[in-house]
Design a binder for this molecule. Structure first.
Ligand code: HEM
Length: 190
């Protein structure tokens, strides 16, 4: 399994948080009749390799994974006064959960519903109205990584055909993405 870490923001014309699809983190999905996470054979060529991988979106079971992650994240926002203060309109927390879920699903290889409904992500621009200093970033990241722990912990690896190693690779891919993306969205000192 290969994990290609996302490029640093400055090396891309569009920052990673604004991309419509995610980095090349690809996880094998067990074909019918094959043991979970087992590869056919050492790939003879990179083409064989890519025939045996699927997008992260499919690997984690699709939209329900991202709905669960965004839902758990916003549960934490509701209980974190520092984060909650950034959301002046509490009525928006439900719609905000859906926007985050759609965005993450799209970024990691799912349907393009976010862009169809909202246009190009341009997350730096969309976050400009909010004062995001390093403290706010840390709260955001703590809430997200905690939500991720629960969502990953609840994954039915057997049903999805994911080995423990596959799940660890996915987990690390998500974590490094969120760390990088959150750093990238800091727009104020402090
Ligand atoms: C660094 C700390 C961050 C803070 C304090 C923050 C805060 C916010 C706030 C206040 C909103 C408005 C709620 C809404 O109406 O949707 C928002 C929207 C959003 N955030 Fe963040 N955010 C942070 C990082 C991130 C990161 C790292 C991502 C992606 C990985 C992200 C993805 C989004 C998305 C997709 C939206 C909805 C954009 C739209 O379509 O309007 N945010 N964020």
């Amino acid at each position: 399994m290969t994990v290609e870490p996302p490029s640093p923001p400055e090396s891309q014309p569009e920052p990673p948080v604004s991309d419509t699809s995610g980095p090349g983190l690809r996880i094998p999905v067990a074909a019918p009749g094959r043991a979970a996470g087992e590869r056919t054979a050492p790939a003879a060529s990179s083409q064989d390799e890519s025939a045996d991988v699927a997008s992260v979106y499919r690997s984690v079971g699709g939209q329900p994974f991202f709905d669960d992650l965004a839902g758990r994240f916003y549960d934490r926002v509701r209980n974190d006064p520092t984060l909650l203060a950034l959301y002046p309109d509490q009525q928006q927390l439900g719609p905000a959960t859906r926007r985050l879920s759609m965005f993450l699903a799209q970024y990691w290889g799912g349907p393009g519903t976010y862009s169809e409904e909202r246009g190009h992500p341009r997350l730096r621009m969309r976050h400009a109205p909010y004062r995001i200093d390093s403290g706010a970033r840390d709260h955001w990241l703590d809430a997200m990584l905690d939500a991720l722990d629960h969502t990953m912990g609840a994954l039915d690896r057997q049903r999805l055909g994911l080995s423990e190693e596959d799940a660890a690779t996915l987990d690390e891919g998500f974590r490094s993405y969120f760390r990088m993306a959150a750093d990238h969205l800091v727009n104020a000192d402090g």
